[in-house]
Design a protein around this ligand. Structure first.
Ligand code: FAD
Ligand code: NA
Length: 390
């Protein structure tokens, strides 16, 4: 048997938050398994051996939250820098601030519009469909911000993200395209924002560093040659599962669809490649969507001055075997998800959580917040009051 009080499948922020609370608050023994060779899920970062620069292996991770409980909890394990995220975009050889704001608009139209003038212009350009309901993503984009801005900054970027012509994509993929009628180009507007002072992995390792927590890496829950797996655990020990919900049920209701990303990392012999962390490439003739330059996440660190690490990001539909990153959420996906939720309800003493287990994109702060709620609502009553897990 497995001599613990809870098995947690997946060591991302959702799984580790639950493990940490059950271990520290309830004094219970927790076994955390992950099929990867490292903890932390997609928030994992590593130090590049050649340059010493911290690289976010699964793409840029920015921490931001307005949830005071999550902020207080995160600060038990790490301090945060004063990093404030901003994004720029290179369109036809010219750099513009993102998200689309008054600076973007005035640069694009070579104007000096006031906020009201810019608002009136965008409203006029967005009226092109004359009240007709947008039939596809292309029309939706025009309807939201007008053709000139849509075609420059959104159309081809979206086509690259989906590897699909936006005229072939449903309008519902984009419900709003926020335009700011000020010069504020701060990316997030949460109360708290910053990066972990000594890196994501140090933060994550401190969460797992408790005598009641054991972590086993390189351990797939569905691999029956492993001592701890679905077949010998479910029904015997309570489980929190944060892997893909469709995989748990052998894809019985069909596959849920995801977008995945491919990353190409490169060390360049220059001290500074692009002068900022994230540069978008919205044009069709550039195959990648973004370039990340990791040194700029930590201007306070004493990094090498003659080398830099960049990562180009490419986006496409995920096939089986690819890492699932962003839920696509088609009508079929939503039907299948409902069927999987029914199956999950019937799975006694197994809780499903996190980005993959609930098929929804979750930022880190959302994963932590949802995990703390699951502890309040399910695990505390179970461990302190003897309630079933359901
Ligand atoms: P995950 O972090 O995905 O962890 C799930 C874990 O389960 C993984 O480690 C996986 O290996 C493991 N697992 C899956 N199947 C099995 C199995 N069969 N057996 C054992 N283990 C298994 N958040 C932000 O706040 N800011 C950002 O800027 C940001 N950027 C992101 C960029 C990308 C490309 C992605 C995909 C996510 C980003 N996030 C960001 C979200 C963040 O990475 C996490 O997804 C989020 O914290 C949710 O955590 P989680 O624990 O639910 O999932
Ligand atoms: Na269940």
């Amino acid at each position: 048997g497995v001599d613990v009080d809870l098995v947690v499948v997946g060591s991302g922020f959702f799984g580790l938050t639950v493990a940490e609370r059950v271990a520290a608050e309830h004094g219970r023994k927790v076994l955390v398994i992950d099929r990867r060779e490292h903890i932390g899920g997609n928030a994992y970062s590593e130090v590049d051996a050649e340059t010493g620069i911290e690289v976010h292996r699964y793409g840029a991770h920015l921490f931001h939250t307005s949830n005071e409980r999550v902020w207080e909890y995160a600060n038990r394990f790490t301090e945060f820098t004063g990093y404030v995220h901003r994004v720029y975009t290179t369109h036809r050889g010219e750099v513009f601030p993102m998200p689309i704001n008054l600076g973007t608009i005035n640069q694009f139209f070579r104007s000096a519009y006031t906020p009201d003038q810019a608002r009136a212009l965008v409203r006029e350009q967005a009226a092109e469909l004359g009240g007709r309901t947008p039939e596809n993503l292309d029309e939706q984009g025009v309807n939201l911000i007008g053709r000139p801005l849509y075609e420059a900054f959104i159309r081809d970027y979206t086509a690259k993200q989906w590897q699909t012509d936006p005229r072939e994509l449903p309008a519902s993929i984009i419900s709003r395209l926020p335009v700011r009628y000020t010069y504020d180009n701060r990316y997030f507007n949460d109360t708290h924002e910053g990066l972990p002072v000594d890196g994501y992995t140090a933060w994550i390792e401190r969460m797992a560093d408790h005598p009641n927590i054991e972590v086993r890496l390189g351990t797939d829950f569905f691999d029956e040659s492993q001592p701890v797996n679905k077949a010998n655990v479910v029904g015997n020990v309570p489980v929190l599962y944060t892997g893909p919900v469709d995989r748990y049920f052998d894809n019985a209701e069909g596959d849920l669809s995801w977008r995945t990303l491919d990353f190409e990392r490169e060390v360049l012999p220059v001290g500074d490649f692009q002068g900022t962390t994230v540069m978008n490439y919205p044009d069709a003739d550039v195959p990648y969507t973004r370039i990340h330059e990791f040194r700029h996440f930590h201007p306070e660190r004493d990094y090498v001055k003659d080398k830099t690490v960049i990562m180009r990001e490419f986006s496409r539909f995920a096939e089986r075997g690819d890492e699932p990153y962003y839920p696509i959420n088609t009508a079929t996906d939503r039907e299948r998800l409902l069927a999987y939720r029914e199956l999950a309800k019937g799975e006694k003493d197994v809780l499903f959580g996190g980005r993959l287990g609930t098929y929804q994109y979750l930022d880190m702060h959302m994963a932590i917040g949802a995990a703390l709620s699951m502890v309040d609502n399910k695990l505390t009553p179970h461990f302190e009051g003897g309630a079933g897990l359901a």
